[in-house]
Design a protein around this ligand. Structure first.
Ligand SMILES: Nc1ncnc2c1ncn2[C@@H]1O[C@H](COP(=O)(O)OP(=O)(O)OP(=O)(O)O)[C@@H](O)[C@H]1O
Length: 293
């Protein structure tokens, strides 16, 4: 049975108005069901990041962006509201591709937002919150004996998990992840992926990825975006095994024609992922693939 949407768009269009207008997202209507992981895939420049950022008003921090339509969190508009943008962004967390820790200790990186929102009553409770979220992202074992050291001393993969913990500690309703493994080495990427799989039954996660292999591994549902429009969406199995639209078929190419359609993904030494976009000549994605679990 389809779960109720945690967040959805209504006729959402996003236009960059610079020297010339670029309508990056075009009248998109899409609902993201709660407590599942939905990946957004599509060729480079098709509007994936733009769509993701519009889900928590992140475009407001850059000039020359026009938004039409609406985004509803539950039944509440995130645009037509008196709530300040930081409160919207607390409820809809965003984790970027390049993890950036605050110039603070490991502990304070997780505690920061909790302090800001005043959602604790004692230092013991704050300690518990920090421990809880570091455990949720599978980082506690690695850092519990050095919580006071600077977060910058961690590896990039650990920092990405720390950033996930920081986002989760303020208890968002939705978590937006923008290519959160693509800047990581394969082993770190695998750890982050495992963490997302652990989290996905408990959180509504919307994740942009360039990797169809990653989408296959961890998504519940897949959304295919092309030139700013949603072409197709479906549960991960039917999406890859039985896509309806010709454009989707072209995009996923030979990868989606059967459950066993091999794409080299299970071979950690494969080194590159053959992007579907290579089949459509719209993109050549030679990013490293993460090894299968
Ligand atoms: N700040 C900006 N100003 C003008 N145009 C922009 C801006 N950001 C993105 N665009 C354009 O909007 C379109 C969608 O870009 P977006 O980054 O959302 O695509 P994407 O699917 O996330 O791409 P990629 O997979 O390469 O990250 C592209 O044509 C891009 O050039």
């Amino acid at each position: 049975m389809t779960r109720p949407p945690a967040i959805r768009t209504e006729n959402l269009s996003v236009t960059y108005t610079g020297n010339e207008d670029v309508e990056a997202v075009k009248g998109v209507n899409i609902a993201f069901p709660e407590n599942q992981l939905t990946t957004i895939i599509g060729p480079s420049g098709c509007g994936k990041s733009t769509l993701l950022k519009s889900l928590n008003r992140l475009h407001e921090i850059q000039p020359n962006v026009e938004i039409e339509g609406d985004v509803l969190l539950g039944e509440e508009s995130i645009y037509n509201t008196d709530d300040p943008a930081p409160e919207i962004r607390r409820r809809i967390g965003y984790v970027p591709q390049t993890p950036t820790p605050l110039p603070l200790s490991i502990y304070e990186n997780v505690a920061y937002g909790v302090r800001l929102h005043g959602e604790y009553e004692s230092s013991e409770e704050l300690d518990e919150i920090v421990e809880t979220y570091l455990k949720k992202v599978n980082l506690w074992e690695e850092v519990h004996d050095r919580l006071d050291t600077p977060a910058a001393s961690l590896s990039t993969g650990q920092i990405q998990r720390l950033c996930l913990a920081r986002s989760l500690a303020v208890e968002p309703e939705v978590l937006l992840c923008d290519e959160v493994t693509s800047a990581l080495d394969p082993i770190s990427a695998e750890r982050v992926e495992e963490t997302l799989v652990d989290l996905k039954d408990e959180y509504t996660i919307i994740m942009v990825t360039h990797s169809m292999n990653q989408a296959r591994r961890i998504a519940d549902e897949v959304v295919f975006l092309y030139l700013g429009e949603v072409i197709e969406r479906g549960d991960v199995r039917s999406f890859f095994e039985n896509p309806s639209h010709e454009r989707t078929k072209q995009f996923i190419g030979g990868h989606g024609t059967g459950a066993d359609a091999g794409d080299g993904d299970d071979d950690p030494d494969n080194g590159t992922e053959q992007s579907a976009s290579a089949n459509t000549n719209t993109d050549v994605d030679q990013r490293p693939t993460t090894p299968a679990k």
